[in-house]
Every structure is written in C-alpha cells, then in structure tokens.
Design a protein around this ligand. Structure first.
Ligand code: ACO
Length: 441
C-alpha cells in the first residue's frame, strides 16, 4: 500500500470550559499571566462523569458515525494516552464494546503510554500495520487524547482535555512522509506519574520546558540530515509550509517556532540575515539558551513573522481547550485543517511530538488531496462555541471531587450535572469489584 496516512479525523472535547482570564483573577496572579504569559484563552474541563474510557468512546463513536464508516471495516485500533485508570486493562478494551455491538471483535492493537507521546506511537503503529505483511486490507484507528489535570499551583492553568480519533489507511489525503522521521529519546524526570492514588503528575515545569526544547533542537537537526540523505538535496526551512508542535501552552509553542528558526540559522546563517543579532549570544551554551530571558526575548521578536506564517493557523483548539497531552499535537493538525482546508493541498506540515520522560519525534505530513471534507464533517468552531462556561470556583470544586473520588469504588456516579452533549458516553458506576460501567447521553 502507498501513501499511508490519515484519511479522516474527529474529536471529542468536554462540554465545560473555564476562562483563563477568570482564572487569573480567581487565583490572584497578575493579570495576563495565563492569557499572555502562557498564551491560553480557555481550558476544557471534565466532570466526574467522564474518565478516559468514556471520552475515548465518544471520540470513536463520533468518527465512525459522522463519516459513516462500516464497523467491520476496522482491523486495528490503537490508543495513545497517559490518563490511565487501570494498570492492566487497556482503554482499548472499553472501546471494544462499541465494535462488539456491531459484531466486530477482530481488531488488533492495545494502548501506548509515554506521557504526551502515546498518540504519536498510536499513529505510527497504525501506519506500520497498514504497511506490513500482516495488513488485511482494513483501516486502522489511532486515538490520541487525555484528561490533563494538575494540583493547585502554577501548573494547573496548563491542564485541559480532548481526544482526537484518526482513521489510518492507504491513499490518504494526509500522508506520513516515508523516512522523514527524526527521534530523540532519553531518561529524564521532568514529568511523571509514579502513583495510582492520584490523577496528578509530579512535574518540574521549568525542567520539562528545557527538555522539550532540547529534544526539539536535536530532532530538527536530525530531520534535516535525514531529509538530505533521502532526497539528495539540501534541507532548508522553506521546504516546510506549516509547523505544529506539541502544545502544553501556547507560549511554549511560540518559543518552539523560534528554536526551529534558530536551528535553521545555525545550519544556514546566510539564508536568515534577519537573525544576525542572535550572534550576540554566541557565548551562551545551548542549555543556557533554554532559560536565558534576553536570548528568548530577542529570538521571539525576530521570529514573530515565522510564527505567523508557520504556526498561527494551528493554534485554535489548543488555546481553547488547553493541553490534551497525547491529543495536543493532533489538535493542532485539526485546527490547521479547519482554518486552511483546501489551501493545504501540496503542502508539507512539520509535526513535533514530545512526551516527558522523554520521547520526541519530528515527522512530516504531505497533503496530497483536498481535506475540506474533514473541516465540513467535524465543524470545529460551532462545537467549541457552543460549550458551557464554568466559574473558576465550580471548576475548582469539580477538581476537588475528582481528587476525592479518584480511588473510590462501589458507588453510583451522580448524574446530570455535567450537561453532557447528546451522544456523549459517560461513567455511571464503579461497582464493588471496581468495574466501570458506562451509558450514552
Ligand atoms: N503578563 C504577561 N506575561 C506574564 C505575566 C503577566 N502578568 N506574568 C508572568 N508572565 C510570563 C512570564 O514572564 C513567563 O514568560 P516566559 O516563559 O516568556 O519567561 C510566563 O508568563 C510564565 O511565567 P512563569 O513565572 O515562568 O510561570 P510559572 O513558573 O508560574 O509556571 C510553567 C509556568 C512552569 C509552565 C507551569 O505552568 C508548569 O509547570 N506547567 C506544566 C508543565 C508543562 O506544561 N511543561 C511543558 C512540556 S511537558 C508537558 O507537555 C506536560
């Protein structure tokens, strides 16, 4: 099979959100810290009726129903998430209820986990299956998503939620470019979840930013080298049309584009004369450049036009919903499709995936055909605009309830409060044997 990639896309975000401007006031931080400092507008919030199984079920059902995909046409289903509710039983097994109801239980694939990277692992595994000798001619589905919540403190406004479901197969409009994939993995403790009694991660936020940017630098140089080896011609940044980055919060994405351009400047200084002032920082080590404010300020100012050209069209969902961990990179892709639709034909999209701990890959997607049908089917903006705003105090109460109930079982989940959209799956009960039960609104 040729041109393997993404053939269709859908998403699920919860009906609730909280405004970052409201949160600034409520948390008593300086005005602009979350909206300008982090670059975020709103944050998606899940009520206690939603867990990772239910939000993934909603995303899969949306994908299958909206595109009228026959249930027996799926031969593999991969889930990338770090919102585990069980150390053994995969989220994938919950999704099997949907397929079993239509008589299809012949579906390979389980879950992939490594912080925000699992979604990319799911996409890669699904595509590899389609390209392999095991492929039976059916489609794969890759699911990428999480419920991202942090304990009270500076990381909390960088939470969010969302699940992105992608149909993977041959002759796709969004092709994963063969051989153009650069990975960097290492062992660091920037963000991890060592305990099953809390939904919250342990996070060293500033270390995670430095690790992210270091991985980005390495992947950029590696991608460029691999491009040159594969194509026998020099890599230059103008061979890319868009760049989408894993988006914990928008400010980091702005910095990421700056790093891209800076890495390109290190390769071809003559091609980017506007970056010449960066030579003043030559005495800084690479590590120092990740935290030096003057360096970052200068780089941000000089690369603003690049940000506008390469990135701006892909930031809508992540600014509106916050970090959906595994989903966030694919939120960027869906936003870009929603904004650019048919203008994407022939374009190359750079995709940078980062999961703490750490696993990172820079890969690229070539748009071979018009993807307006995805925009028309998904209706991103109407869906986000019809959400319900929560007061920060209600948001905090909801998180407190999630926190208190996290290890609770043998109880019925109080229903009704979450105002779920029609078609949404939700948790009804965790029984005495800690088995979860679901229903659909
Ligand atoms: N107006 C405008 N900007 C402001 C204001 C204001 N009133 N107040 C602060 N800022 C700016 C700061 O100058 C800073 O900008 P800079 O990054 O350009 O220097 C930015 O807002 C953030 O302020 P900090 O003081 O650095 O924020 P803090 O330390 O409180 O928290 C952090 C930020 C570390 C990102 C925290 O939210 C966190 O730990 N998040 C989770 C970790 C994370 O998302 N890591 C990313 C990669 S890993 C992953 O995806 C999970």
């Amino acid at each position: 099979p040729a041109n393997v990639g993404i053939k269709a896309m859908e998403f699920y975000v919860p009906q609730w959100y909280v405004s970052q401007a409201d949160l600034e006031q409520y948390d008593g931080v300086s005005q602009g810290k979350y909206t300008i400092g982090l670059g975020q507008t709103n944050m998606a919030v899940c009520g206690q009726q939603e867990d990772i199984n239910s939000v993934c079920m909603s995303a899969v059902a949306n994908l299958m129903e909206k595109y009228n995909i026959p249930w027996d046409a799926i031969g593999r289903l991969e889930v990338g998430t770090e919102s585990l509710v069980d150390k053994s039983k995969a989220v994938k097994t919950s999704l099997m209820d949907l397929f079993a109801a239509h008589g299809n239980t012949d579906i390979e694939g389980v879950d992939s986990k490594n912080a925000c990277y699992g979604g990319t692992a799911a996409v890669f595994n699904s595509a590899a299956w389609v390209e392999s000798s095991a492929w039976d001619g059916r489609y794969a589905i890759a699911i990428a998503g999480d419920i991202a919540v942090y304990e009270k403190g500076p990381a909390r406004p960088t939470g969010g939620a969302g699940v992105f479901a992608m149909l993977i197969g041959p002759e796709a409009p969004l092709v994963l470019e063969p051989r153009l994939r650069a990975t960097h993995m290492e062992n660091v403790w920037d963000f991890y979840k060592p305990t099953m009694v809390s939904e919250y991660p342990r996070v060293d936020g500033h270390l995670s930013n430095a690790c992210y940017l270091r991985a980005l630098d390495i992947c950029y140089q590696r991608y460029a080298d691999k491009y040159e080896a594969a194509h026998g011609q020099p890599w230059t940044m103008d061979k890319a049309d868009f760049a989408i980055f894993h988006a914990p919060y928008n400010k980091l994405v702005q910095k990421s584009m700056g790093r891209f351009v800076y890495q390109e400047f290190l390769r071809h200084p003559e091609a980017l004369p506007e970056l010449a002032p960066m030579k003043d920082f030559a005495q800084l080590s690479n590590e120092e450049t990740y935290v030096d404010r003057d360096f970052q300020k200068q780089l941000s100012a000089l690369t603003k036009p690049h940000y506008q050209k390469y990135v701006q069209d892909s930031e809508y969902i992540t600014k509106e919903c916050g970090n959906s961990y595994c989903g966030s990179l694919y939120a960027g892709l869906l936003s870009l499709i929603d904004n650019k639709a048919k203008d994407l034909v022939g374009k190359r999209i750079m995709m940078f995936s980062y999961g703490s701990g750490l696993a990172a890959t820079l890969f690229s997607i070539k748009v071979n055909e018009d993807v307006s049908f995805i925009k028309d089917t998904v209706q991103v903006k109407p869906r986000l605009e019809s959400r319900t705003k929560l007061e920060p105090s209600t948001f905090e109460q909801e998180l407190e309830t999630r926190e208190n109930n996290y290890t609770k079982f043998d109880y019925q989940i109080p229903q009704g409060a979450a105002g779920l959209r029609r078609g949404t799956y939700f948790l009804t009960e965790i029984d005495a044997l800690e088995r979860r039960k679901y229903s659909r609104a």
